[in-house]
Design a protein around this ligand. Structure first.
Ligand code: KG4
Ligand code: ZN
Length: 332
């Protein structure tokens, strides 16, 4: 089965072609960083307008890179939510029109599910596994039993990890998008130079909290020692605090659930320190850790096409009433 995937939930317009028999045939991502950079974050109205400009060329390139077209495509998968409604509607309306015009089945993919199963583009992970989904909007732990069977174990009570990275980056004077900039600077710094607080909540809770860490960073930066600190050391120490809590909670969840497999997913799982720490502590705890390549962690349509291929081949599809949704359907 050959599926065209389309993703437009936030500030990336993406399209990809995935084929059950031959794997990923194309993966195109058009970033809007240049447009939103001036505002220090994503401006929803501008994001929708950019999607409108990019959707046709991006889908065209995904088809031509895959050397395929209407005749060989068996179905269309599109992100239906959660995300920015205006952005989602561009991809969704385009996918619906294409499905109608080409007479091909449509699958409305959940963006969080797509992230959590993206790992299958590269590895055949046995079920069940624990997924740590860390993105700009979500920070959650799931026990994944099979395709379409994700059980929510816990999530953030305030900021998402990506949001914390982006806000911290702004405080440290890095341009948008902040997460990557903190990662880059952090690699040149000493992670043990400053100690930032880790919100541990109770041991049997799989919830997270990052708002205290954000406040601690703000207070530190306003203090004389903060003003004199090397930004690389601050970035490394901040990143260490986030990665420490994420990996600690994920491993605790794997141990509590007696599931010796951990999968990282979402944009923040592209963070080099988080990847390193997850691999180290996972192996020390006897937990196999799966880290998708960075391009499959951040937003992409390959994960949407893959999920569409699995669901459509299982006979699950969406009707013309499919609509976009803003909020998560999986707890927090
Ligand atoms: O999954 P994603 O691309 O979009 C959402 O679904 O939200 O995640 C975006 C988030 C942003 O907050 C971005 O700053 C963060 O992922 N991010 C990173 C890195 N790359 C992306 N955070 C830390 N280190 C990175 N290398
Ligand atoms: Zn995402």
């Amino acid at each position: 089965m050959r599926i065209l995937g389309i993703e437009s939930s936030c500030d990336e317009t993406a399209a990809a072609v995935y084929d059950d028999a031959s794997g990923l045939l194309s993966n195109v991502v058009s970033s809007q960083v240049a447009v939103h950079g001036a505002y220090g974050g994503v401006v929803p109205e501008l994001a929708s307008r950019e999607h409108l400009k990019s959707i046709v060329p991006v889908v065209g390139k995904a088809l031509s890179d895959a050397a395929t077209g209407q005749g060989a495509i068996d179905g269309i998968a599109v992100t239906a939510g959660p995300g920015l409604i205006g952005s989602l509607l561009v991809g969704l309306c385009f996918a619906k029109s294409l499905s109608f015009a080409w007479g091909k089945p449509l699958y409305g993919a959940d963006h969080l599910e797509a992230h959590v199963y993206a790992v299958f583009l590269e590895s055949d992970v046995p079920f069940p596994y624990i997924a740590l989904l860390v993105s700009g909007g979500h920070t959650s732990l799931f026990r994944v039993e099979g395709w379409g069977e994700m059980n929510f174990l816990g999530g953030t009570r305030d900021d998402a990890a990506g949001e914390a990275f982006d806000k911290a980056a702004k405080m440290m004077g890095f341009p948008y998008p902040g997460g990557v900039a903190v990662d880059r600077a952090g690699r040149q710094g000493d992670p043990a130079r400053f100690h930032f607080p880790r919100a541990r909540l109770s041991r049997d809770s799989a919830d997270f909290s990052f708002s205290g860490l954000k406040t601690a960073l703000r207070t530190f930066l306003a203090s004389p020692s903060g003003a004199a600190a090397r930004v690389e050391d601050v970035a490394a120490s901040f990143q260490e605090a986030v990665a420490d809590v994420l990996v600690g909670k994920a491993i605790e969840a794997a141990e509590r659930e007696r599931v010796p497999r951990l999968v990282l997913a979402g944009g923040v799982s592209a963070n080099s320190r988080l990847r390193e720490l997850a691999a180290q502590r996972g192996s020390a705890a006897g937990i196999a850790t799966f880290l998708p390549s960075k391009a499959l962690c951040t937003d992409n349509a390959a994960m949407v096409a893959l999920l569409g291929a699995r669901r459509l081949s299982a006979g699950v599809f969406s009707g013309p009433e499919l609509s976009a949704y803003a909020a998560s359907r999986f707890g927090r």
